[in-house]
Design a protein around this ligand. Structure first.
Ligand SMILES: [Zn+2]
Length: 618
């Protein structure tokens, strides 16, 4: 471990970064909507650049070192407010002097405000270390990785960066950054940034890696990973990072990545981040993917062996425009990131694999929306959420958001809508966005006072009301007609084996399992299982749909498969719903949930473990 005093001296001796102090912050920085998820007061003092110098200590499970912030502040600003959660703060200094600071009361998920007296400083250095249970960081033991070596990765979205770096953690406050990270000598560090020293440099205490992000980003997109990592090239600007034994499968699954980047550029303009690589993480990664710039973080559960789940990559790539380039300014507008991206994902899939495949995804999304409208309170059915901390269903934020944009496209025509979207990404590149601002811009540039068009579009109803407006059209995929026929056939008492399961792709199989009645007899489940070998499914999306039926119907022969699924990966989307239904099956399900969770919990990411703790009642 690095001594704090030494580190501080080293940091102060280093050449200062140019801090862009301005006389009037309002003249140079865009106004931001109030973000209730952050304590920052960006109208008074705002972070422009973050410079981290950290050591990854796998024994203590902490990152320790310093964070230097370059600040723009109003002339009369006396202090700057940062977001921190669970950080161990040492000394704070600026202009060569110690600066007084106070950490306010902690408020649940938001953490605490850290208020630093500037004393005229526009560059400040904070000596700190993270807590071993920092929610953004997962420290995996050698037993939890494919390589048998330790692994660390971070996950900042939505408000977790404050658990590993003291800065202003609001998606509207864009910051550039540079990082020096010292890792154990036998491991490789990668980041969502230019990798200036891919091999690292041997230093005292390990190997040092340097990174730089020159585009201003919302700081939830700053991400780091350390492990036994290797790289394989896919195309001139695309490639795969992962543990050695996963590389071959990863390269096979990601073969279309370069074509995806070209397709996306043809739709909405240049890719502005340089390289597009992916990092395939160990199975505890809590999400499908995280669109960290230049380096998407991915779950290994998309490795189906037949490239059938690569729409996940199309989705994360699309975020390079919607989300990373134009970003929701507050989390209550996250549909601007996710709905736009789901729409964009569909366009990439259509261009590369045909309209039918894209439409099948739309139909599955439609079913999710219907389910959400049936089961969720009205407040959670709006695109613009009234409560930014609400646990909004992805069916609304992703699928209803995308359906809104498909409705606009259908009404005004694809050519016109594409032209608008392309100019939207150009004009608002590297800027925050709100629902209100998007609608005003769309009216200004696309509707242009056409009263009939305005009436047809029902923009406000889509953005602000629950449910679905009257101009919605249900998508229809012809391939699903056959699937639905076989479902009816089975429900009528005929054997399932007549269905051409072997010839179906992922979407048809999902449609089949999702459309079956939720309550089935033991005999029906037996014949389904023996006809299609459902307990042995290798595709995790389809297996999840089968396990929903297993749990819902208390089907004992499916429990070994359920146990393996829940103990071998920790993706929240799969894990949470299965525990939730198990806990509703009192005598049957609860003991199973507790037994599996006792085994699985050490592997789950803190984000997922916290959610399952609440479900299982630990
Ligand atoms: Zn997304």
């Amino acid at each position: 471990m690095i001594q704090r005093r030494t580190l501080l001296a080293a940091t102060l001796a280093a050449p200062a970064l140019s801090a862009c102090a301005t006389t009037d912050i309002r003249a140079s920085l865009p106004e931001l909507p109030r973000d209730t998820q952050s304590y920052a007061k960006p109208d008074e003092a705002r972070v422009l650049h973050v410079s981290l110098d950290l050591q990854a200590d796998f024994e203590r499970k902490v990152l320790a070192g310093s964070c230097t912030l370059s600040i723009a502040a109003r002339d009369d600003a006396r202090e700057i407010v940062l977001d921190v959660k669970g950080l161990n703060i040492g000394l704070v200094s600026g202009n060569g002097r110690t600066l007084p600071f106070v950490i306010g009361e902690s408020n649940g998920a938001r953490g605490a405000p850290m208020t630093i007296q500037l004393n005229g400083a526009r560059e400040i250095t904070i000596i700190y270390e993270t807590s071993p249970d920092a929610e953004a960081l997962q420290w995996l033991t050698p037993a939890q990785t494919a390589s048998g070596k330790p692994f660390l990765f971070s996950q900042g979205q939505s408000i977790l960066t404050r658990t590993w770096a003291p800065t202003q953690d609001s998606p509207g406050i864009r910051q550039t950054y540079d990082v020096r990270l010292v890792a154990p000598a036998d491991l490789i560090a990668v980041m969502s940034a230019e990798m200036l020293t891919p091999e690292g440099e041997i230093v005292e205490g390990g190997r040092a890696f340097r990174f730089r992000m020159r585009n201003p980003v919302p700081i939830y997109l700053m991400a780091i990973a350390v492990g036994d990592l290797v790289f394989g090239s896919v195309g001139p600007r695309t490639g795969v990072w992962t543990e050695p034994t996963v590389l071959e499968r990863g390269l096979y699954e990601c073969a279309d990545m370069e074509a995806m980047v070209r397709t996306a550029e043809a739709l909405y303009g240049p890719y502005r981040w340089g390289r597009y690589d992916v990092l395939i993480l160990p199975p505890s990664f809590p999400y499908g993917g995280m669109e960290n710039p230049r380096l998407t973080f991915l779950t290994p559960t998309f490795l189906a062996g037949d490239r059938s789940l690569v729409s996940l990559i199309a989705h994360e790539l699309a975020h390079s425009w919607s989300g990373n380039l134009v970003t929701n300014a507050v989390w209550s507008d996250s549909w601007l990131n996710e709905g736009f991206t789901t729409y964009f994902e569909g366009r990439i899939i259509e261009a590369l694999y045909g309209a039918e495949r894209a439409t099948m995804a739309d139909v599955l999304g439609w079913a999710e929306i219907q389910e959400a409208i049936r089961t969720q309170p009205a407040d959670l059915q709006r695109l613009h959420l009234l409560d930014p901390a609400a646990d909004s269903p992805s069916a609304i934020v992703y699928e209803k958001g995308a359906l809104f944009l498909r409705t606009i496209e259908r009404i005004m025509g694809r050519t016109r809508f594409d032209a608008y979207l392309r100019s939207y990404f150009d004009r608002y590149a590297f800027q925050p966005m709100t629902t209100q601002k998007f609608l005003a811009d769309f009216r200004d540039r696309a509707v242009r006072g056409d009263a009939a068009l305005e009436q047809q579009l029902q923009l406000d109803a889509w953005a602000y009301e629950p449910g679905l407006p009257s101009n919605v059209e249900e998508p229809h995929a012809e391939a699903f007609d056959q699937v639905d026929h076989f479902v009816s056939d089975f429900v009528a008492g005929n054997p399932p084996a007549a269905a051409p399961w072997e010839n179906w792709g992922t979407f048809e199989r999902q449609r089949y399992l999702q459309t079956l009645p939720r309550t089935l007899t033991r005999q029906q489940l037996d014949t389904l299982e023996s006809s299609f070998a459902l307990n042995e499914l290798g595709n995790n999306e389809v297996l999840f749909n089968w396990l929903e039926l297993v749990v819902n119907n208390q089907y004992d022969p499916g429990v070994p498969s359920l146990t393996h699924f829940l103990t071998s990966q920790g993706r929240g989307k799969f894990v949470r719903p299965l525990y939730r239904v198990l806990m509703t099956k009192a005598e049957w399900g609860r003991p199973i949930a507790r037994r599996i969770y006792a085994e699985a919990r050490p592997m789950y990411h803190p984000i997922v473990a916290a959610a399952v703790d609440r479900i299982v009642g630990v």
